[in-house]
Design a protein around this ligand. Structure first.
Ligand code: HEC
Ligand SMILES: [Cu+2]
Length: 359
């Protein structure tokens, strides 16, 4: 009786665990709600295996309970019951049935394993996107369109996207659960992966391979839009941003060229070209992005400036361990390099970056 009581005491613990673990489904990171053909096929294999497993479990459990009850010790019974050993018929049955069940699971699994590993890098109809995992952000380069962005991956619906997965540092893993399974980005090699979105929508992505302090904050968004809207977006990424008009934004532009351009590419309104380094995210049309640093959401107007200020005030407070130098001096910060900017300069940079969009 005692033992039972202590087992019951664990129930609240399991109940709490259930709630905590289901919290992992934050922002629709689920493979159970597929939004594209790859995820649908994968889910169908999950369901098939699940049905077979539940079936086997049910049959075994029923036989087990039946045997327990049917052959239990009756009152007055003495001695051990008749011992049975070896039964050809039974042995064949319990070997052949699991064998057949495994074949049933193997057929779609093997078929999809090859089908979903198809290389679309030479397919003229597929959109070629190079994905580079960085500690702790994602870079997306549209190889034929010559457009680069970060954190927000814009894709057209109904078209196969051929991903060329690479890493700038350690191993990361590219994962958009509602569109399909994950695949690693490995330093020094390119892994091919493909996905497709059926419907317009925003699908959440995450790095799925422990890659450092802010691994859990290495998020990105896939925004599936209509093919027409996608073409418009590509055009907008190639159209020079309007020159800064306010004095504050112009000051920000100067500071940016001086302090930030070595790492971040952006439109140069004079030369009408994208210029700058590739160490940090490309900031062309930055004000159109859905987040700052992939994690601070720009949901309402005004959020962008607040988020930018938060980021530039202390990037380590937002994403611990990230590799951007501190724009301001932050006493006791893990990041030792500082660009020595003051609040007024930060505000000018915020004003400048918040104006990086098509007017
Ligand atoms: C030494 C290179 C370097 C310099 C210099 C630098 N940054 Fe960065 N920056 C980075 C890196 C790396 C990241 C990505 C951090 C992350 O998300 O892990 C980043 C991220 C950002 C982001 C967020 C980008 C996004 O995708 O949302 C902004 C905005 C930004 N930097 C602005 C600036 C500004 C403004 C300056 C100049 C004051 C500057 N950076 C100077 C390397 C740099
Ligand atoms: Cu990562």
């Amino acid at each position: 009786m005692r033992r039972w009581q202590s087992a019951w005491r664990l129930i609240p613990l399991f109940a709490v665990l259930t709630f905590v673990l289901t919290g992992c489904g934050l922002e629709n990171l689920t493979a159970l709600d597929p939004k594209g053909p790859v995820a649908e096929k994968q889910l169908s294999v999950i369901y098939l295996s699940l049905i077979v497993m539940i079936g086997v479990f049910a049959v075994v459990a029923i036989i087990y309970v039946y045997v327990l009850l049917r052959f239990r010790k009756r009152p007055g019974q003495t001695g051990i019951p008749k011992q049975v050993e070896g039964n050809h018929k039974l042995e064949i049955i319990w070997t052949v049935i699991p064998f057949l069940l495994l074949i049933v699971i193997a057929i779609p699994t093997v078929k999809y394993t090859f089908e979903l590993d198809k290389d679309y890098s030479k397919d003229p109809n597929a959109l070629q996107v190079k994905v580079t995992g960085h500690q702790f952000w994602w870079e997306f380069e549209y190889m034929n369109e010559k457009v680069t962005t970060a954190q927000d991956l814009i894709i057209p619906t109904g078209r196969t996207i051929a991903f060329h997965l690479e890493s700038a540092d350690v191993i990361h893993s590219f994962w958009v659960p509602t569109l399909g399974g994950k695949k690693d980005t490995n330093p020094g090699m390119t892994n091919m992966h493909y996905l497709k979105a059926d419907k317009v929508g925003t699908y959440y992505g995450k790095c799925a391979e422990l890659c450092g302090t802010s691994h859990a904050l290495m998020d990105f968004k896939v925004k599936a839009v209509t093919p027409e809207e996608f073409d418009r977006w590509i055009t907008s990424m190639k159209t020079p941003t309007a020159a800064a008009t306010s004095v504050q934004a112009q000051e920000g532009e100067k500071i940016f060229k001086d302090k930030c351009l070595a790492c971040h590419a952006i439109y140069n309104t004079q030369s009408k070209q994208v210029e700058g380094g590739k160490v940090g995210p490309n900031l062309v049309n930055y004000a159109d992005r859905s987040t700052v640093a992939g994690i601070l959401f720009n949901r309402e107007s005004g959020d962008l400036k607040n988020n930018l200020k938060k980021w530039l005030d202390d990037p380590q407070a937002v994403k611990p361990g990230n590799l951007m130098p501190n724009p301001k001096n932050v006493p006791g910060s893990k990041m030792e390099t500082s660009l020595d900017l003051n609040d007024q300069q930060i505000n000018a940079l915020v004003e400048y970056l918040a104006g990086q969009k098509q007017k």
